[in-house]
Ligand binder design. Structure first.
Ligand code: ZN
Ligand code: ZN
Ligand code: ZN
Ligand code: ZN
Ligand code: ZN
Length: 324
Protein backbone atom coordinates (compact mmCIF):
# COMPACT_ATOMS: atom_id res chain seq x y z
CA UNK A 1 0.00 0.00 0.00
CA UNK A 2 2.72 2.46 1.01
CA UNK A 3 4.62 1.55 -2.09
CA UNK A 4 1.61 2.47 -4.32
CA UNK A 5 1.20 5.88 -2.70
CA UNK A 6 4.88 6.52 -3.16
CA UNK A 7 4.65 5.61 -6.81
CA UNK A 8 1.66 7.94 -7.22
CA UNK A 9 3.53 10.83 -5.62
CA UNK A 10 6.46 10.15 -7.89
CA UNK A 11 4.23 10.13 -10.96
CA UNK A 12 2.53 13.41 -10.00
CA UNK A 13 5.94 14.95 -9.38
CA UNK A 14 7.13 13.89 -12.84
CA UNK A 15 4.02 15.33 -14.45
CA UNK A 16 4.58 18.64 -12.61
CA UNK A 17 8.17 18.75 -13.72
CA UNK A 18 7.15 18.08 -17.36
CA UNK A 19 4.60 20.88 -17.27
CA UNK A 20 7.16 23.29 -15.89
CA UNK A 21 9.66 22.35 -18.58
CA UNK A 22 7.19 22.91 -21.43
CA UNK A 23 5.30 25.73 -19.82
CA UNK A 24 6.30 28.26 -22.48
CA UNK A 25 5.77 25.98 -25.53
CA UNK A 26 2.81 23.55 -25.27
CA UNK A 27 2.90 22.57 -28.95
CA UNK A 28 5.36 22.62 -31.86
CA UNK A 29 3.84 25.83 -33.22
CA UNK A 30 4.64 27.70 -30.00
CA UNK A 31 8.42 27.55 -30.44
CA UNK A 32 10.03 30.82 -31.48
CA UNK A 33 13.34 30.07 -33.15
CA UNK A 34 16.23 32.38 -33.69
CA UNK A 35 18.16 32.12 -36.96
CA UNK A 36 20.27 29.10 -37.87
CA UNK A 37 23.73 29.20 -36.33
CA UNK A 38 26.71 27.47 -37.86
CA UNK A 39 28.41 25.05 -35.56
CA UNK A 40 30.61 23.42 -38.17
CA UNK A 41 31.09 24.90 -41.65
CA UNK A 42 30.73 22.62 -44.68
CA UNK A 43 33.91 21.90 -46.64
CA UNK A 44 34.53 19.82 -49.78
CA UNK A 45 35.01 16.71 -47.61
CA UNK A 46 32.54 17.24 -44.77
CA UNK A 47 28.93 18.31 -44.27
CA UNK A 48 28.21 21.43 -42.22
CA UNK A 49 26.23 21.37 -38.98
CA UNK A 50 23.77 24.12 -37.92
CA UNK A 51 21.51 24.69 -34.92
CA UNK A 52 18.57 26.94 -34.04
CA UNK A 53 17.23 27.49 -30.52
CA UNK A 54 13.80 28.32 -29.16
CA UNK A 55 13.83 31.66 -27.34
CA UNK A 56 10.96 30.57 -25.06
CA UNK A 57 12.06 27.10 -23.95
CA UNK A 58 15.11 24.96 -24.14
CA UNK A 59 14.10 23.20 -27.34
CA UNK A 60 16.46 23.18 -30.32
CA UNK A 61 16.68 21.87 -33.88
CA UNK A 62 19.67 20.86 -35.96
CA UNK A 63 20.39 20.36 -39.64
CA UNK A 64 23.20 19.26 -41.94
CA UNK A 65 24.33 21.43 -44.84
CA UNK A 66 25.74 19.84 -48.03
CA UNK A 67 29.44 19.48 -48.76
CA UNK A 68 30.99 22.24 -50.85
CA UNK A 69 32.24 21.40 -54.35
CA UNK A 70 35.92 20.59 -54.71
CA UNK A 71 38.18 23.22 -56.24
CA UNK A 72 39.99 21.47 -59.09
CA UNK A 73 43.40 22.78 -60.11
CA UNK A 74 43.37 21.57 -63.73
CA UNK A 75 41.41 18.82 -65.46
CA UNK A 76 43.56 16.29 -67.31
CA UNK A 77 42.11 13.62 -69.58
CA UNK A 78 43.26 10.33 -68.06
CA UNK A 79 40.96 8.03 -70.04
CA UNK A 80 40.02 8.97 -73.61
CA UNK A 81 36.34 8.37 -74.45
CA UNK A 82 35.51 6.02 -77.32
CA UNK A 83 32.25 5.18 -79.10
CA UNK A 84 31.64 2.34 -76.60
CA UNK A 85 33.06 3.70 -73.31
CA UNK A 86 32.97 6.96 -71.43
CA UNK A 87 36.26 8.75 -70.82
CA UNK A 88 37.58 10.27 -67.60
CA UNK A 89 39.23 13.49 -66.47
CA UNK A 90 41.23 13.84 -63.28
CA UNK A 91 42.18 16.90 -61.24
CA UNK A 92 43.52 17.65 -57.73
CA UNK A 93 41.42 19.68 -55.28
CA UNK A 94 43.41 22.69 -54.14
CA UNK A 95 41.53 22.68 -50.82
CA UNK A 96 41.53 19.03 -49.69
CA UNK A 97 44.29 17.79 -51.99
CA UNK A 98 42.22 14.76 -53.01
CA UNK A 99 42.10 13.47 -56.57
CA UNK A 100 38.73 14.13 -58.17
CA UNK A 101 37.19 12.69 -61.32
CA UNK A 102 34.56 13.46 -63.89
CA UNK A 103 33.25 11.49 -66.85
CA UNK A 104 33.60 12.44 -70.52
CA UNK A 105 30.62 11.49 -72.73
CA UNK A 106 31.01 8.65 -75.19
CA UNK A 107 31.83 9.58 -78.78
CA UNK A 108 29.39 9.07 -81.68
CA UNK A 109 29.99 5.98 -83.78
CA UNK A 110 32.03 6.74 -86.89
CA UNK A 111 29.67 5.26 -89.50
CA UNK A 112 30.92 5.21 -93.05
CA UNK A 113 29.01 5.06 -96.32
CA UNK A 114 25.94 2.85 -96.56
CA UNK A 115 26.39 -0.54 -98.19
CA UNK A 116 23.29 -1.97 -99.85
CA UNK A 117 22.72 -5.47 -98.46
CA UNK A 118 19.40 -6.01 -100.20
CA UNK A 119 18.38 -4.09 -103.30
CA UNK A 120 14.88 -2.59 -103.18
CA UNK A 121 12.46 -3.78 -105.84
CA UNK A 122 9.25 -2.31 -107.27
CA UNK A 123 7.21 -3.74 -104.39
CA UNK A 124 9.65 -4.57 -101.58
CA UNK A 125 11.84 -2.38 -99.42
CA UNK A 126 15.56 -2.99 -99.55
CA UNK A 127 18.14 -2.81 -96.75
CA UNK A 128 21.37 -0.97 -96.26
CA UNK A 129 24.07 -1.22 -93.61
CA UNK A 130 26.46 1.20 -91.96
CA UNK A 131 29.55 0.01 -90.04
CA UNK A 132 31.40 2.00 -87.35
CA UNK A 133 35.03 2.23 -88.41
CA UNK A 134 36.13 2.31 -84.77
CA UNK A 135 34.16 -0.41 -83.00
CA UNK A 136 32.60 -2.35 -85.88
CA UNK A 137 29.04 -1.74 -84.69
CA UNK A 138 26.52 -2.20 -87.49
CA UNK A 139 23.44 -0.12 -88.12
CA UNK A 140 20.78 -1.28 -90.55
CA UNK A 141 18.48 0.97 -92.55
CA UNK A 142 15.46 0.33 -94.71
CA UNK A 143 15.56 1.51 -98.34
CA UNK A 144 12.17 2.59 -99.71
CA UNK A 145 10.68 0.32 -102.40
CA UNK A 146 10.83 1.80 -105.89
CA UNK A 147 7.25 1.47 -107.15
CA UNK A 148 6.53 0.24 -110.68
CA UNK A 149 7.90 2.09 -113.69
CA UNK A 150 4.82 1.93 -115.89
CA UNK A 151 5.02 2.13 -119.64
CA UNK A 152 2.53 3.97 -121.82
CA UNK A 153 -0.83 2.22 -122.07
CA UNK A 154 -1.04 -0.28 -124.91
CA UNK A 155 -4.66 -0.09 -126.09
CA UNK A 156 -6.21 -3.45 -126.85
CA UNK A 157 -9.75 -2.13 -127.31
CA UNK A 158 -10.53 1.49 -128.19
CA UNK A 159 -13.13 3.30 -126.08
CA UNK A 160 -16.25 4.52 -127.87
CA UNK A 161 -19.00 6.90 -126.77
CA UNK A 162 -21.00 3.96 -125.39
CA UNK A 163 -18.35 1.54 -124.17
CA UNK A 164 -15.18 1.85 -122.15
CA UNK A 165 -12.01 0.60 -123.75
CA UNK A 166 -9.26 -1.67 -122.48
CA UNK A 167 -5.51 -1.38 -122.34
CA UNK A 168 -2.46 -2.72 -120.57
CA UNK A 169 0.48 -1.01 -118.96
CA UNK A 170 3.69 -2.87 -118.23
CA UNK A 171 6.36 -2.22 -115.62
CA UNK A 172 9.63 -1.65 -117.40
CA UNK A 173 11.54 -2.88 -114.37
CA UNK A 174 9.79 -6.07 -113.22
CA UNK A 175 7.57 -6.78 -116.22
CA UNK A 176 4.36 -6.79 -114.23
CA UNK A 177 1.28 -6.09 -116.32
CA UNK A 178 -1.79 -4.18 -115.23
CA UNK A 179 -5.11 -3.94 -117.07
CA UNK A 180 -6.50 -0.45 -117.52
CA UNK A 181 -10.05 0.61 -118.27
CA UNK A 182 -10.15 3.46 -120.75
CA UNK A 183 -12.95 6.00 -120.24
CA UNK A 184 -15.71 6.48 -122.79
CA UNK A 185 -15.27 9.28 -125.29
CA UNK A 186 -17.79 12.13 -125.81
CA UNK A 187 -20.65 11.64 -128.27
CA UNK A 188 -20.13 13.36 -131.61
CA UNK A 189 -23.30 15.46 -131.69
CA UNK A 190 -24.81 16.71 -134.91
CA UNK A 191 -27.40 19.34 -134.01
CA UNK A 192 -30.48 20.25 -135.97
CA UNK A 193 -33.34 22.62 -135.10
CA UNK A 194 -36.53 20.57 -134.93
CA UNK A 195 -38.78 23.48 -133.81
CA UNK A 196 -38.13 27.21 -133.90
CA UNK A 197 -38.75 29.34 -130.78
CA UNK A 198 -42.20 30.94 -130.86
CA UNK A 199 -43.15 33.62 -128.37
CA UNK A 200 -42.84 32.26 -124.84
CA UNK A 201 -42.26 28.76 -126.21
CA UNK A 202 -38.63 27.82 -126.55
CA UNK A 203 -37.41 26.14 -129.69
CA UNK A 204 -36.20 22.57 -129.72
CA UNK A 205 -33.02 21.22 -131.21
CA UNK A 206 -32.05 17.59 -131.53
CA UNK A 207 -28.57 16.22 -131.44
CA UNK A 208 -27.76 12.85 -133.01
CA UNK A 209 -24.44 11.19 -132.27
CA UNK A 210 -22.68 10.42 -135.54
CA UNK A 211 -20.99 7.42 -133.94
CA UNK A 212 -23.75 5.64 -132.02
CA UNK A 213 -26.98 7.34 -133.09
CA UNK A 214 -27.95 8.41 -129.55
CA UNK A 215 -30.45 11.28 -129.57
CA UNK A 216 -30.64 14.24 -127.21
CA UNK A 217 -32.97 17.25 -127.16
CA UNK A 218 -32.25 20.76 -125.96
CA UNK A 219 -34.55 23.78 -125.71
CA UNK A 220 -33.44 27.24 -126.72
CA UNK A 221 -34.14 30.81 -127.75
CA UNK A 222 -32.29 32.35 -130.63
CA UNK A 223 -28.98 33.94 -129.78
CA UNK A 224 -29.60 37.45 -128.40
CA UNK A 225 -33.09 36.74 -127.01
CA UNK A 226 -33.75 38.05 -123.50
CA UNK A 227 -36.39 36.25 -121.42
CA UNK A 228 -37.92 35.79 -117.96
CA UNK A 229 -35.55 34.38 -115.31
CA UNK A 230 -32.62 34.09 -117.69
CA UNK A 231 -29.12 34.37 -116.29
CA UNK A 232 -28.76 38.07 -115.36
CA UNK A 233 -26.58 40.09 -117.74
CA UNK A 234 -25.79 43.66 -118.78
CA UNK A 235 -27.88 43.33 -121.97
CA UNK A 236 -30.95 43.25 -119.74
CA UNK A 237 -29.87 46.53 -118.08
CA UNK A 238 -29.52 48.23 -121.50
CA UNK A 239 -33.05 47.16 -122.43
CA UNK A 240 -34.45 48.22 -119.05
CA UNK A 241 -32.85 51.69 -119.42
CA UNK A 242 -34.50 52.10 -122.83
CA UNK A 243 -37.90 50.88 -121.60
CA UNK A 244 -37.60 53.30 -118.70
CA UNK A 245 -36.96 56.20 -121.08
CA UNK A 246 -40.01 55.01 -123.03
CA UNK A 247 -41.98 55.19 -119.77
CA UNK A 248 -42.78 51.47 -119.87
CA UNK A 249 -40.51 50.13 -117.20
CA UNK A 250 -40.86 51.34 -113.63
CA UNK A 251 -38.92 48.64 -111.76
CA UNK A 252 -35.48 49.05 -110.28
CA UNK A 253 -32.48 48.74 -112.54
CA UNK A 254 -30.39 46.06 -111.04
CA UNK A 255 -28.05 47.05 -108.37
CA UNK A 256 -27.26 43.81 -106.58
CA UNK A 257 -28.58 41.27 -109.11
CA UNK A 258 -26.97 42.48 -112.30
CA UNK A 259 -29.54 42.78 -115.12
CA UNK A 260 -32.21 40.52 -113.70
CA UNK A 261 -35.09 39.83 -116.13
CA UNK A 262 -38.00 39.65 -113.69
CA UNK A 263 -41.81 39.87 -113.98
CA UNK A 264 -41.82 43.72 -114.18
CA UNK A 265 -39.38 43.56 -117.09
CA UNK A 266 -41.44 40.90 -118.88
CA UNK A 267 -44.58 43.05 -118.37
CA UNK A 268 -42.82 46.12 -119.81
CA UNK A 269 -41.69 44.13 -122.85
CA UNK A 270 -45.21 42.76 -123.32
CA UNK A 271 -46.68 46.29 -123.12
CA UNK A 272 -44.17 47.51 -125.68
CA UNK A 273 -45.08 44.64 -128.02
CA UNK A 274 -48.84 45.35 -127.63
CA UNK A 275 -48.34 49.06 -128.29
CA UNK A 276 -46.33 48.30 -131.43
CA UNK A 277 -48.58 45.70 -133.02
CA UNK A 278 -46.27 42.80 -132.20
CA UNK A 279 -47.20 39.46 -130.68
CA UNK A 280 -47.34 40.16 -126.93
CA UNK A 281 -45.08 37.48 -125.44
CA UNK A 282 -42.96 39.31 -122.88
CA UNK A 283 -39.95 37.61 -124.48
CA UNK A 284 -37.50 40.08 -125.99
CA UNK A 285 -36.47 38.28 -129.17
CA UNK A 286 -34.02 40.00 -131.55
CA UNK A 287 -36.93 41.61 -133.49
CA UNK A 288 -38.45 43.07 -130.32
CA UNK A 289 -35.06 44.31 -129.12
CA UNK A 290 -34.48 46.09 -132.42
CA UNK A 291 -37.92 47.72 -132.26
CA UNK A 292 -37.27 48.89 -128.66
CA UNK A 293 -33.94 50.41 -129.76
CA UNK A 294 -35.53 52.23 -132.66
CA UNK A 295 -38.39 53.63 -130.55
CA UNK A 296 -35.88 54.72 -127.90
CA UNK A 297 -33.60 56.42 -130.45
CA UNK A 298 -36.60 58.24 -131.93
CA UNK A 299 -37.78 59.48 -128.53
CA UNK A 300 -34.44 60.42 -126.94
CA UNK A 301 -32.30 61.27 -129.97
CA UNK A 302 -29.55 59.12 -128.44
CA UNK A 303 -27.84 56.13 -130.03
CA UNK A 304 -26.79 52.78 -128.60
CA UNK A 305 -23.19 53.87 -128.90
CA UNK A 306 -23.81 56.60 -126.33
CA UNK A 307 -24.81 54.06 -123.69
CA UNK A 308 -22.26 52.43 -121.52
CA UNK A 309 -21.04 49.16 -122.99
CA UNK A 310 -22.23 46.01 -121.18
CA UNK A 311 -19.00 45.55 -119.21
CA UNK A 312 -19.04 49.16 -117.99
CA UNK A 313 -22.66 48.71 -116.98
CA UNK A 314 -21.87 45.62 -114.97
CA UNK A 315 -19.01 47.39 -113.25
CA UNK A 316 -21.23 50.39 -112.49
CA UNK A 317 -23.96 48.15 -111.12
CA UNK A 318 -21.55 46.22 -108.93
CA UNK A 319 -20.10 49.46 -107.60
CA UNK A 320 -23.51 50.52 -106.29
CA UNK A 321 -24.52 49.28 -102.87
CA UNK A 322 -27.14 46.52 -103.01
CA UNK A 323 -30.73 47.74 -102.70
CA UNK A 324 -29.87 51.29 -103.85
ZN1 ZN B 1 10.02 26.50 -27.29
ZN1 ZN C 1 38.40 19.20 -51.99
ZN1 ZN D 1 31.72 2.68 -82.81
ZN1 ZN E 1 7.70 -3.20 -111.36
ZN1 ZN F 1 -22.28 8.38 -129.42
Amino acid sequence: MKKRILLMILAVGMLLQASVASAACATEEDHRYGSWRVKTSATCTRQGHEFKYCTRCDHWEQRRTPKLPHTPDQWVVTVEPTCVKKGRETATCTVCNNEIYRAIDMLEHAYGEMTVTKEPTCTQNGRGEYVCGDCGKKKSQSIEKLGHAWSEIAVSKEATCTKTGKGTKTCQRCGRESDIEIEKVEHAWNWGVTREPNGTKKGEKTGICAACGTEKKEYFYWEGTLYLDMTPCAEVIRMQEKLKDLDLYHGSISAGAVGKYGKLTAQAVENFQKANGMKATGVADPQTLEAISKAWEAKTGKTDAEMLNPQEMENAAEAQPAGA
